[in-house]
Design a protein around this ligand. Structure first.
Ligand SMILES: [Mg+2]
Length: 237
């Protein structure tokens, strides 16, 4: 296939939000860098502290889901595990401020989104599909100004093959005209392919490490496209 290939109008495009439509993980990376500097551990290197934090985040996501509340807890637990002294109220407040800096971010749309999303919406049915905390994600969507381009919004707790099958059932989607578009091999590409959908991988240089995974080969009859930025979707759809 070449980029001149246009898929016929009337496809359903399930579109991820964080690091697909707008920046997200870079704010977490900045907050984590500030946290590690503040912790200033005497034995562990920055990389070792980060690895500890990743472990705590993996556990927290299982227990409390994705989002800022979970992230705040992870920073506090990580500090408790690694710091020699107790967390004083002042230290606790400082740790909270690293997470708060993420909540205070303006929405920054990624390259090509503002121009391309309206074009896609004029040709296809768009459904936003983002995992995470309902309130946080709905709030970001409202602030992004992009809500009008989506016919529906789905915010499952986890984006696994079951979540994709459920959405397909709910909206009576036909797998051969349905695509999942996103930056995460683990949440967007592999589970969508496993549930029979096509997928488009959009590379983002700062995808969260917990979303990294090798991309599966698409089963026969299913497409997996790769693009460098959201704007390139206009050439395909
Ligand atoms: Mg994403």
């Amino acid at each position: 296939m070449t980029a001149e290939t246009h898929f016929a109008p009337g496809q359903t495009l399930l579109i991820d939000a964080d690091d697909t439509l707008w920046e997200n993980n870079i704010y977490f990376e900045r907050a984590i860098a500030a946290f590690i500097s503040y912790l200033d551990h005497k034995e562990y290197s920055r990389e070792e502290v980060r690895e500890k934090l990743n472990e705590v985040e993996r556990e927290n996501v299982r227990l409390h889901g994705y989002g800022l509340t979970s992230f705040r807890r992870a920073l506090v637990s990580c500090f408790e595990r690694l710091s020699t002294g107790p967390i004083t109220p002042a230290k606790h407040e400082r740790i909270m401020s690293f997470a708060q800096s993420i909540a205070d971010q303006e929405i920054e749309l990624l390259e090509g989104v503002a121009e391309t999303l309206p074009v896609l919406a004029s040709r296809h049915r768009l459904i936003l599909m983002t995992k995470g905390n309902q309130v946080e994600q709905a709030d970001k969507l409202a602030r992004s100004g992009l809500r009008e381009y989506f016919t529906a919004v789905e915010i499952p707790r986890e984006k696994d093959p079951d979540a994709y099958r459920e959405v397909c059932g709910k909206y009576e989607l036909t797998p051969h005209t349905t695509w999942m578009i996103g930056n995460s091999p683990k949440s967007d590409i592999n589970p969508a392919l496993a549930s029979g959908l096509h997928a488009v991988y959009i590379h983002h240089p700062h995808t969260w490490v917990l979303e990294h995974e090798l991309r599966d080969e698409p089963p026969p009859g299913q497409h997996l496209l790769e693009v460098e930025n959201f704007g390139e979707l206009g050439q395909w759809f």
